[in-house]
Design a protein around this ligand. Structure first.
Ligand SMILES: [Mg+2]
Length: 180
């Protein structure tokens, strides 16, 4: 039930994920959600924390920002980081993400999407066929368009927690290093 809402792994925050874990699962490209993953939706420009983080990720992986937010916001935000981006991605719909993957000849097995929402990021990952790490929200407040998604998310998340379907990235990483 609700399988399409189960992420590959969960994390408290994008900022805590060990790059060696990403490499161990074969990631070469990191798709990053912006709002409530890297920064509050209110941040029009990347905070120093986000900038520093994205620069670090950039030094080891291809980074692409994938946001449902509007063109002006995403274009400006991404230009400050010097990374490619998709605005109005219409997650969970796979069309724009798939088009980007095709245009750039990316291997889906080598992509990890990191985002904070089950109804957009995780579902999109399933629709596209790429792994997703779902983070907690970075800050409490969401854009109003997200409120309805959070209601469904709360219900589905509760179900998956109860059935132990959500696994923290450390748990997966630990098991992998033991079997290696
Ligand atoms: Mg988000």
């Amino acid at each position: 039930m609700y399988k399409k809402f189960i992420p590959f792994a969960t994390a408290n925050s994008a900022y805590e994920i060990d790059f060696d874990f990403l490499k161990s699962i074969g990631a070469k490209t990191v798709f990053l959600d912006i709002d409530n993953t890297l920064d509050s939706y209110k941040a029009l420009e990347p905070t120093d924390k986000a900038r520093e983080f994205v620069n670090k990720v950039k030094s080891e992986f291809n980074v692409v920002l994938i946001s449902n937010n509007r063109k002006e916001k995403v274009t400006h935000y991404a230009s400050k980081l010097g990374v490619p981006f998709i605005y109005k991605a219409f997650k969970p719909m796979p069309k724009k993400v798939n088009a980007f993957i095709k245009e750039n000849s990316l291997n889906k097995d080598a992509i990890i999407l990191i985002g904070d929402q089950m109804m957009t990021d995780v579902w999109c990952g399933h629709n596209v066929g790429i792994k997703v790490i779902m983070t907690n929200k970075l800050v409490k407040e969401d854009q109003w368009t997200t409120h309805i998604n959070r209601i469904f998310e709360r219900i589905i998340k509760k179900y998956h927690v109860k059935h132990k379907n959500l696994r923290d990235w450390r748990e997966i990483y630990g098991k992998m290093s033991k079997s290696a």
